[in-house]
Design a protein around this ligand. Structure first.
Ligand code: ATP
Ligand code: MG
Ligand code: MG
Length: 347
């Protein structure tokens, strides 16, 4: 055992802490955001600001290893943890926090993102639409999640009236995809890489709704290419822990959407559906333990997110066989907020 520090206080950290406890580790958290669901399962959660160096030093001093569950932890915060004690390396955050940096990084490794253009002004947007066409999606380069900070643009005229926020933006051509899937891998401290099965993911209003197995042939035929890119990304970053890449399956092969340098919502099914869950393997990697088997244990898996009010009736899932409810214990129910998930297995 030992102590693992988690930067960020959401449900991903909470599920990591549960896995860590099973392996005999205690967890402490660092979560300035407030309303943390981590504190229910952690010994202690620091609520100091991300740039509070004294608090970070006190936090790190208690930890054998530190990781994050939130991809927007400031890079300077991650860098303030002594090197060799924080996993993955903070360079992974740096790469993935900016959609432009992330796309260039992936292109450099041979991956194909949607056609894109950097947008810093209305003129840039006009030029981007002229060059890449419409429809497309305008996104903030930083801080977006669950489809927040995105504007669908169906025509050049659409863009004319748009008031741009005063932050760096990126315009992406709309990808006519057949389906969406994610590649989730774990990389150990020794460089060993293991993949979980890729699920077919569906989104509603920009928020992940379901992740299912089996995926069908369109995705199955593209997983290998996508995995080989994901492995290159992990190797280049000397990544330690769980890494996720999201893809569009298209007629011309897998198109890279984005990466998440962390455990991922589309991997929640692995808690019951795989021999070793993404959370357990993340903790194993970060703690320098041997990685566990990532094989799927069922013929079919369906993970459904519980968003907003739906949590009030979620206990009804408990009467269905081989159906597993996860309630994140969030104090405040909000529309569009991830409140829990349910995984159904067909063994
Ligand atoms: P996450 O919560 O996964 O981090 P996010 O806010 O970073 O979400 P994206 O993954 O960029 O958002 O987009 C959310 C969803 O919107 C995608 O999964 C996809 O369904 C759709 N989408 C995003 N970009 C494109 C695109 N260029 N073409 C077609 N659909 C897109
Ligand atoms: Mg994202
Ligand atoms: Mg996404």
């Amino acid at each position: 055992g030992g102590t693992i520090g988690i930067l960020g206080g959401g449900q991903l950290g909470r599920m990591m802490a549960v896995a860590a406890a099973q392996l005999g580790y205690r967890c402490i958290g660092f979560a300035p955001e407030g309303d943390t669901v981590l504190e229910q399962v952690c010994d202690d959660v620091f609520s100091n600001k991300w740039d509070d160096r004294a608090a970070l030093a006190a936090f790190a001093a208690q930890c054998d290893a530190v990781t994050w569950e939130f991809e927007n932890v400031p890079v300077s915060t991650a860098q303030a943890i002594p090197a060799g004690r924080i996993f993955p390396h903070p360079r992974a955050l740096e790469t993935a926090q900016d959609r432009l940096t992330e796309k260039r990084f992936v292109e450099d490794l041979g991956g194909t993102p949607a056609a894109y253009a950097k947008v810093d002004s209305h003129d840039d947007l006009t030029a981007a639409i002229e060059r890449l066409g419409a429809p497309g999606i305008l996104k903030t380069r930083r801080d977006g999640y669950d489809g927040k900070g995105q504007w669908r643009i169906s025509s050049a005229r659409d863009a004319e009236g748009l008031r741009l926020p005063d932050v760096p933006l990126i315009y992406e051509a709309f990808v006519e995809f057949e389906a969406e899937f994610s590649v989730i891998l774990v990389r150990g401290r020794d460089g060993e890489v293991r993949f979980w099965d890729s699920t077919r993911n569906t989104h509603v209003d920009g928020i992940l709704a379901t992740s299912v197995l089996p995926t069908g042939e369109v995705i199955a035929a593209q997983v290998e290419t996508a995995r080989s890119l994901a492995r290159k990304v992990a190797d280049r970053l000397e990544y330690v822990g769980v890494l996720t890449l999201e893809f569009f399956a298209t007629k011309s092969g897998p198109v890279f959407n984005e990466m998440a340098p962390r455990v991922h919502n589309s991997g929640h099914w692995t808690i019951e559906g795989a021999v070793t869950s993404q959370f357990e393997n993340h903790i194993r990697a970060v703690a320098g333990l041997p990685l566990g088997d990532t094989s799927t244990v069922a013929k079919a898996v369906e993970m459904t997110n519980i968003i907003g009010d739906a949590i009030s009736s979620a206990q009804s899932f408990l009467s269905t066989p081989d159906t597993h409810l996860h309630d994140y214990g969030k104090a405040e129910v909000r529309a569009g907020r991830k409140m829990g998930h349910v995984t159904r297995l067909d063994r």
